[in-house]
Design a protein around this ligand. Structure first.
Ligand code: B1M
Length: 212
C-alpha cells in the first residue's frame, strides 16, 4: 500500500485529527485520488478501529477520537467525491426518539456509518414519529436508525414504526433500533428490521440490510 496512505490510516487509528487532515491534503497534492484515500487509507483504518472496539482493545474515547479524525479527513475529500460522482454506500437517517435527549451513542453510530461510506442525515434528539416520517420522505433515505437510552422512551420506537405504517411508508424504508435498554427481542416485538448492540454492529447491519 502507498506509504502515505498507510501513515494516514495509522494516524486515523490513533485519532490524530490534525495529522489525518494534513496527510489527506498531502495525498491529494501527490495526485492520489479521493477514492483511493477513502478506500485504501481511511476505511480499512476505521475497520481496524471497529474491530479493536469489539475486542475490548479500544474503548469509547479511542473510538470517538478516531471517528473525529476520520470526520476531519472526510470533510476534505467529501466535496471532491461528490464532484466525481461516487455514490455513497447508502443513505441513512438517524435520530434519538421522542422524549429522549441522549445522543452520544447515536453520534458514534453516525460517525461510524459515515466512516463506512454512508451518507448520514442526523435528525438529532427528541425526534417525534411524525418528523421521522416527514424527513424520510424529504430525504429519500433507505434506512432509519432509532436510538433510545431510557426505558421510558423505548415505546417511542414502536410509535415511530407505527407512524411509518399509518403513513403507508413502512415498505419504503428499513428501520433499525439500538441503545442501552433495547434488545434484539424488543426489536422483533415492535417490528423493526434489526437491532444493533453498538456502533460497529450498526454499520454491519446497515450494510446487510441495504444490500438486500
Ligand atoms: Co442519562 N440516563 N438521563 N443522561 N445517562 C442513563 C441512560 C441511565 C442508564 C443512568 C442511570 O440511571 N444509571 C438512566 C436511564 C435509566 C433507564 O431508563 N433505564 C438515565 C436517566 C434516568 C436520565 C434522566 C432521566 C436523569 C434525570 O433527569 N433524572 C435524564 C433524561 C433526559 C432525557 O433524555 N429526557 C438523563 C439525562 C442525561 C444527560 C443529559 C445528563 C446525559 C446525556 C448527554 C448526551 O447524550 N448528550 C446523560 C448521560 C450521559 C447518561 C449516561 C451516564 C451515559 C450515556 C452515554 O452516553 N453512554 C447513562 C448511563 C450509562 O449508560 N452508563 C445515562 C455512552 C454511549 C456511547 O453509549 O448511548 O449506550 P450508548 O450507545 C451505545 C449503544 O447503546 C449503542 O451504540 C453505542 C455504543 O457503540 N447505540 C446504538 C446507541 N444508539 C444506537 C442506535 C443504533 C444502534 C446502536 O441503531 C440505530
Amino acid at each position: 500500500m502507498n506509504q502515505l496512505l498507510k501513515e494516514l490510516g495509522q494516524n486515523l487509528i490513533e485519532g490524530n485529527r490534525e495529522e489525518v487532515e494534513r496527510l489527506t491534503i498531502k495525498a491529494l497534492e501527490n495526485k492520489i485520488s479521493p477514492e483511493e484515500i477513502l478506500n485504501e487509507g481511511m476505511l480499512p483504518a476505521m475497520d481496524i478501529v471497529g474491530k479493536k472496539f469489539r475486542d475490548y482493545e479500544f474503548f469509547l474515547p479511542e473510538v470517538l477520537v478516531a471517528a473525529r479524525a476520520m470526520k476531519g479527513g472526510m470533510a476534505i475529500i467529501q466535496p471532491l467525491l461528490s464532484q466525481s460522482g461516487i455514490e455513497p454506500v447508502g443513505k441513512v437517517m438517524l435520530g434519538t426518539v421522542r422524549g429522549d435527549l441522549h445522543d452520544i451513542g447515536k453520534n458514534l453510530v453516525g460517525m461510524m456509518l459515515q466512516g463506512a461510506g454512508f451518507e448520514v442525515v442526523d435528525l438529532g434528539i427528541d425526534v417525534t414519529p411524525e418528523k421521522f416520517v416527514e424527513m424520510s420522505r424529504k430525504h429519500s433515505v433507505q434506512l432509519i436508525g432509532l436510538s433510545a437510552l431510557l426505558t421510558t422512551t423505548m415505546g417511542a420506537m414502536q410509535d415511530t414504526i407505527q407512524a411509518f405504517i399509518d403513513n403507508n411508508y413502512r415498505e419504503n424504508v428499513k428501520i433499525i433500533v439500538g441503545g442501552a435498554p433495547v434488545t434484539d427481542e424488543y426489536a422483533r416485538k415492535i417490528g423493526a428490521d434489526g437491532y444493533a448492540l453498538d456502533a460497529p454492529a450498526a454499520v454491519e447491519l446497515a450494510k446487510t440490510l441495504i444490500e438486500n
